[in-house]
Design a protein around this ligand. Structure first.
Ligand code: UD1
Ligand code: UDP
Length: 374
C-alpha cells in the first residue's frame, strides 16, 4: 500500500474536468497509484455535468463557486482551501490541467509545500498576456516551477524549452481532450439515448445548416460580446442556417446573449450541454463559431471547420493545419468569414478535413506512466 504513489488531481471547471477524467480513470485503475481527487468547484453545475457522466466522486469538494466571483477572491480562497487538502492528504504529486484560477492556485499551494506539480496541457502560449486573460499568465506561472510538463504537441514543448524549462522535465504526451472525446463518442455509440436531447431542435431546424456556437472569454466581455451578438443576429437572418448556442453560465455572457438573441427564429439559446450532448452538437454542426479553447481542439478532430472569435490563439496547430481560422470579434469579419464557409464550397472543403494535431487518444496512459516513473 505504502509503495503506491499518492497522486492528488485537482480541478475546478468544466474544461479541466473533461480533460482530466481520462487520467483520473487511468490512475484509479492502476495498481501503481493511490489516486485522490479534489475539486475546487470553481464551476458548479457545469463541473457536476462532467463528473456525473464520467462517474467521478471527488474525495474533496471545496464548493468554492459564488455567483459572479471576482478573480482575486476566487484565487485567495482556492489557495487557502487547496492548501488545507494538501496538508491533509500529503500527496507525492499534485496534477493540474490547463490554465484556470484553480490550476494556478493549486500549483502554488503545492509549491509552498514542496510537493511536485505535474502540469497537463503544458506549454500553450499566445505570447500576449491579455489574450487569453488571465489564462496566459496562469500558464506561465505554473510552467515556471512544475516538475513534470506534459506538452500536448511539439509546438508546446518548444515554447517551454524557449523559456529555459529543463528539457528532461518536458514530454510530448498529446492532449487528453482527444481521449475524452473518443471515450464519450464510444459511450454515445453504445447508448444513443445519452445524446438524444437535441432531437427536438434537430427536427425544428431540419433542412438548415447548423452553426454550433460557444462564447465565454473574459477578454471579450463588453464590446467583444456585443459584437459577437451582432454577428449572430445578422447570420440568423439567413433562411438556410440555424445557430445552436449553449450559453455559458457566466452572468456576463448570459445578460448580453439573452438581451440580444432571445426569440430569434433561427437561434436556439440553450442551457450548457453535458459532454455527450455537446459531442452530438459538434457532430451535427456544419461549422463551429467559438472562443473556447477546447472546442478548437475537438472540432478539427471531427473535421468541422472552426472559426475562432479571438485575436490570438495559443493553439496554432489547428490554424496551421487549415481547419481553424482566427476571425477576432469584429462583427463584419465574423459574418464575412462565416458567409464564405456557407457559400463557397471550395473554401468549406479546404477546412473540413478531419485532422488530429492534438493527440491520438492515448495521452492519459502516457501521463500515468510518466507519473509512475518520475
Ligand atoms: C473559467 C476560467 C476560464 C475557462 C472557463 C471554462 C478562470 C479565470 N476562468 O471562466 O479559463 O476557460 O472557466 O468554462 O479561471 N457559473 C455558474 N455555474 C457554473 C459555472 C459558472 O453559475 O457551473 C457562473 C458563476 O456566476 C461564476 C461565473 O459563472 O461566478 C464565472 O465563473 P468563473 O469560473 O469565475 O469564470 P469563467 O468565466 O467560467
Ligand atoms: N462543452 C460542453 N458543453 C457545452 C459547451 C462546451 O460540454 O455546452 C465542452 C466542450 O466540448 C469542450 C469544453 O466544454 O471540451 C470547453 O470548455 P469551455 O469552452 O467552457 O472552456 P475552454 O476550453 O475555453 O477553457
Amino acid at each position: 500500500m505504502s509503495s503506491r504513489r499518492k497522486i492528488l488531481t485537482v480541478f475546478g471547471t468544466r474544461p479541466e474536468a473533461i480533460k482530466l477524467f481520462p487520467l483520473v480513470h487511468a490512475l484509479a485503475e492502476d495498481e501503481r497509484f493511490d489516486s485522490r481527487v479534489c475539486i475546487s468547484a470553481q464551476h458548479r453545475e457545469m463541473l457536476d455535468q462532467v463528473l456525473e457522466i464520467a462517474g467521478i466522486v471527488p474525495d474533496h469538494d471545496l464548493d468554492l463557486m459564488t455567483p459572479g466571483q471576482t478573480l482575486d477572491a476566487l484565487t485567495a480562497r482556492a489557495l487557502v482551501e487547496i492548501g488545507k487538502v494538501l496538508d491533509e492528504e500529503r500527496p507525492d504529486w499534485i496534477v493540474v490541467q490547463g490554465d484556470t484560477t484553480t490550476v494556478m492556485a493549486g500549483a502554488i499551494a503545492a509549491y509552498y509545500r514542496k510537493i511536485p506539480v505535474c502540469h497537463v496541457e503544458a506549454g500553450l502560449r499566445s505570447g500576449d498576456i491579455h489574450h487569453p486573460w488571465p489564462e496566459e499568465v496562469n500558464r506561465r506561472v505554473v510552467g515556471s516551477f512544475a516538475a513534470l510538463h506534459c506538452a500536448p504537441t511539439p509546438t508546446a514543448r518548444d515554447a517551454l524549452l524557449r523559456e529555459n524549462v529543463a528539457a528532461g522535465s518536458v514530454y510530448v504526451t498529446g492532449n487528453t481532450v482527444i481521449d475524452a472525446l473518443r471515450w464519450v463518442t464510444q459511450r454515445v455509440g453504445e447508448q444513443p439515448a445519452l445524446a438524444a436531447g437535441l432531437s427536438e431542435l434537430e427536427a425544428r431546424f431540419a433542412g438548415k445548416r447548423i452553426i454550433g456556437m460557444t462564447s465565454h472569454r473574459r477578454e471579450n466581455f463588453g464590446e467583444g460580446m456585443e459584437n459577437i451578438a451582432t454577428a449572430v443576429q445578422r447570420l440568423a437572418a439567413r433562411e438556410d442556417v440555424a445557430i445552436i448556442f449553449p450559453v455559458h453560465l457566466n452572468p456576463n455572457v448570459r445578460a448580453v446573449m439573452n438581451a440580444r438573441l432571445a426569440g430569434l427564429d433561427n437561434v436556439a439559446l440553450i442551457e450548457p450541454l453535458d459532454y455527450p450532448h455537446f459531442a452530438r452538437l459538434l457532430d451535427i454542426s456544419h461549422l463551429m463559431l467559438t472562443d473556447s479553447g477546447g472546442v478548437q481542439e475537438e472540432a478539427p478532430a471531427l473535421g468541422k471547420p472552426v472559426l475562432v472569435m479571438r485575436e490570438t490563439t495559443e493553439r496554432p496547430e489547428g490554424i496551421a493545419a487549415g481547419t481553424a481560422k482566427l476571425v477576432g470579434t469584429d462583427a463584419d469579419a465574423i459574418v464575412r468569414e462565416t458567409t464564405r464557409l456557407l457559400d463557397d464550397e471550395a473554401a468549406y472543403a479546404a477546412m473540413a478535413r478531419a485532422h488530429n494535431p492534438f493527440g491520438d487518444g492515448h495521452s492519459a496512459a502516457r501521463i500515468a506512466d510518466l507519473l509512475a516513473e518520475a
